[in-house]
Design a protein around this ligand. Structure first.
Ligand SMILES: Nc1ncnc2c1ncn2[C@@H]1O[C@H](COP(=O)(O)OP(=O)(O)O)[C@@H](O)[C@H]1O
Ligand SMILES: [Mg+2]
Length: 264
């Protein structure tokens, strides 16, 4: 399999802190790739470097062999990269369907003023966009809520809506930051089922997750970060038995407990 996304020596320094330190990662086309690591390991920072929200201190990033290191997020979206956020971001007062349609603006061709004048070209495009959006809502299991207010969706449903909106830009690589965060076990299982179907749509996945079980169930390949560095990489079984990974997680658990005991 060829690399869809390739990070080489990716580094992000915040003043004195190396949040991401010389990380190499290759995401193969057609794969589900997970980035895991304890709190503060650099997962979100790594993710923001890939989506273009942050510019790396050093290192390069290629998408389909093209250097995208200097490209802003919208240009990466046009090249087939889409993302969701750790904290859900959507337009609560818009309908569920309208929220999905906001994810399509990067690929709609009719100029904005044609919408104001409601020209035929715009109406045809709007019609097609609506049909596409409905199909995505069916895919994520929200078709019956299409006309409801987004803000009134349950938490797990909002996560699904975010995924539908990200898919609306027709990405080849979907980036998910902690998609299972805040979900109950049933919602988490449903989400895993949904994400496993993305391969059939030629969408590869790169997900950052704190929940090891979820990642082990879903991913073909896993990269483990700790203190900004890559400490392990491989299939779920290898990672589960890797002493450095076990130590990193145990270490962070002990640290969390100590912090709690000291009232931090
Ligand atoms: N904008 C920032 N400025 C300074 N330090 C940051 C910034 N963002 C993250 N960090 C620090 O970088 C490290 C990695 O953070 P983060 O990428 O959020 O980790 P994770 O997502 O794995 O929990 C942490 O020590 C965090 O405090
Ligand atoms: Mg994070």
């Amino acid at each position: 399999m060829s690399a869809l996304l390739s990070a080489r020596g990716l580094t992000m320094q915040f003043r004195g802190l190396l949040a991401v330190n010389a990380v190499d990662v290759e995401v193969a086309a057609g794969s589900v790739h997970g980035i895991i690591g304890p709190n503060g390991a650099g997962k979100t920072t790594f993710f923001n470097l890939i989506s273009g929200l942050l510019r790396p201190t050093s290192g390069t990033l290629t998408l389909d062999g093209r250097d995208v290191t200097a490209l802003p997020p919208y240009a990466r979206t046009r090249m087939g990269l889409a993302r969701t956020f750790q904290n859900i971001r959507m337009f609560a007062d818009m309908s569920v369907l309208e929220n999905v349609m906001t994810g399509m603006h990067t690929r709609l061709k009719a100029p904005g003023w044609s919408a104001v004048l409601r020209l035929p070209g715009f109406r045809a495009e709007e019609h097609a966009a609506k049909a596409d959006a409905m199909e995505l809502l069916e895919f994520v299991g929200l078709a019956d809520k299409a006309n409801g207010r987004s803000g009134s969706l349950a938490y797990g449903e909002q996560r699904r809506l975010e995924i539908a909106r990200a898919l609306a830009s027709r990405p080849r690589l979907l980036l998910l930051d902690e998609p299972a965060a805040g979900m109950n076990p049933a919602e988490t299982r449903e989400l895993a089922v949904l994400l496993k179907q993305l391969g059939q749509r030629d969408v590869s996945l790169l997900l950052v997750e704190h929940d090891m079980g979820f990642v082990m169930d879903l991913c073909d390949r896993i990269t483990v970060l700790n203190f900004g560095r890559k400490i392990a990489e491989g299939g779920p079984r290898e990672i589960r038995n890797d002493p450095a990974v076990i130590e990193a997680y145990l270490g962070s658990k002990v640290a969390e407990r100590l912090a709690k005991a000291h009232g931090a």
